[in-house]
Design a protein around this ligand. Structure first.
Ligand code: PGA
Length: 249
């Protein structure tokens, strides 16, 4: 179901104490919102975070997971382990996972299958690098990232997928895609989904934009017809900044 979503990706920031402080601040500042609100603390804080946010409208989500359910995968965490602590949504394919941890589309397809097999919702990230855009290749790159990791899926499971377009050149750089660039790409993504599946699937999916979203640019980006919210990195680490973005809806 298409919804407005604002998700905070904390990345490798905030230890347990800092997490508790920020979550309590978020709880205090939260007002009724049109958008679904999510935060992704590190693994080590997930269980406590779920408990702290139990009676709030903020969902705790994971930043990553392994494709296997258990086994000899030192340092990894599985979908069933996340489900066991009531974490029901996972971010997959973030560009930092792709570039620093060599996550390929083939690996991501396996993670997607594992998440869906465990009834998890997925925020699937993708986006072109600066060179792709300079060479006018961004649509080809994005289409291929989506196709290779997601187009083996049946139409019926798309209800559990949220897409996040994050141009790599805009992540953590302070440089944002213009609202028009975001809209053009989101429209292209919806068309790509529609060509493969149907208009119904394409129009039911939430497509988030990510990459240096701040209080000052959120409103304009979110006002675009094919932008259904944002995946927020840096600006999600302060309650005031994060809610200024949530309230842009
Ligand atoms: P940023 O990160 O908002 O700090 O650019 C976005 C992301 O990585 O999801």
């Amino acid at each position: 179901m298409r919804k407005n979503i604002v998700a905070g990706n904390w990345k490798m920031n905030n230890d347990l104490e800092e997490t508790k402080l920020l979550l309590n601040e978020l709880k205090k500042q939260q007002k009724k919102s049109e958008a679904e609100i999510m935060v992704a603390p590190t693994y080590i804080s997930l269980d406590s975070s779920v408990k702290i946010l139990e009676n709030s409208d903020i969902e705790v989500i994971a930043q990553n997971m392994h494709f296997a359910n258990s086994g000899a995968y030192t340092g990894e965490v599985s979908a069933s382990m996340l489900k066991a602590i009531a974490v029901n949504t996972v971010i997959l394919g973030h560009s930092e996972r792709r570039s620093y941890f060599n996550e390929t589309s083939e690996l991501l397809a396996k993670k997607v299958d594992a998440a869906l097999a465990n009834n998890m919702r997925i925020i699937f990230c993708f986006g072109e690098e600066l060179n792709d855009r300079k060479n006018n290749n961004e649509e080809e790159v994005v289409a291929s990232q989506i196709e290779r990791a997601l187009f083996h899926l049946e139409a019926s499971v798309w209800d559990n997928i949220v897409l996040a377009y994050e141009p790599v050149w805009a992540i953590g750089t302070g440089e944002t895609a213009t609202p028009e660039q975001a809209q053009d790409m989101h429209q292209f993504i919806r068309k790509t989904i529609s060509n493969k599946y149907s208009d119904t699937v394409a129009n039911s999916i939430s497509i988030l934009y990510g990459g240096s979203v701040k209080a000052t640019n959120a409103k304009e980006i979110f006002s675009k017809p094919d932008v259904d919210g944002g995946l927020i990195g840096g600006a999600s680490l302060k309650a005031k900044d994060f809610f200024a973005i949530v309230n842009a809806f």
